[in-house]
Design a protein around this ligand. Structure first.
Ligand code: SAM
Length: 191
């Protein structure tokens, strides 16, 4: 049996830290695959908040949930940049969120010019730490193949490497012999 894919490992880690009724955030909705995964984990009474800058991503996510038989109850899809989460989400959510997912880059099948940017990504990650509860997890799937992707990846790596180890555990999961800039996973656990 092969190693888990990047997405498989990402979901495995999230699954280990999220339970029914939790509050979670999908920082990059895209086609809604991660949102659907999170919604299944938190169940009817859990809350999913999601961000994306594109209408297409909001619509695709609504469609993805509906096709899988889920209502939008307790699902908040926000058309805005993830670096606005501190202004948009209520202070009552601080230190109450068990998982925050980032899947960087562009929308597969969508406009490849709309991509996550290092400055907003880092700000969103900084703010994410305020929302994370103890034992909560942030996952970041990083792509470096597109224009600007390498700079963003470097910025994310530099940022996570400086997180104080007494408060955060940080790991990287990566296939080292795959060609064509495969994505890799960074996970942050709040101790
Ligand atoms: C790789 S896709 C996400 C895939 C998604 N998680 C899924 O399961 O289908 C990246 C998404 O990030 C979005 N994005 C780009 N900049 C953003 C920002 N500043 N805030 C939130 N989303 C952003 C893009 O519009 C795109 O939909």
């Amino acid at each position: 049996m092969g190693f888990l894919s990047i997405l498989g490992q990402t979901h495995k880690l999230i699954q280990e830290h999220v339970k029914q009724g939790d509050i979670v955030i999908d920082a990059t909705l895209g086609n809604g695959n991660d949102t659907l995964f999170l919604k299944k984990l938190v169940g009817d009474n859990g809350i999913v908040c999601g961000f994306d800058v594109q209408n297409t991503a909001i619509q695709n996510t609504m469609k993805r949930l509906a096709e899988a038989g889920f209502s939008l109850e307790h699902v908040h899809l926000i058309k805005n940049s993830h670096d606005k989460m501190l202004e948009i989400l209520p202070p009552s959510m601080h230190e109450k969120v068990s998982a925050i997912t980032f899947n960087l880059g562009y929308l597969p099948g969508g406009d490849h010019n709309i991509i996550t940017q290092q400055e907003t990504t880092i700000r969103a990650l900084q703010h994410s730490l305020l929302f994370l509860e103890k034992d909560g997890i942030i996952t970041i799937v990083v792509y470096s193949g597109h224009s600007g992707g390498e700079e963003e990846a470097d910025a994310v790596l530099a940022w996570v490497q400086n997180l104080p180890q007494q408060y955060y555990q940080v790991l990287r999961y990566q296939f080292l012999n795959q060609k064509n800039n495969p994505p890799y996973l960074i996970a942050i656990l709040k101790r």
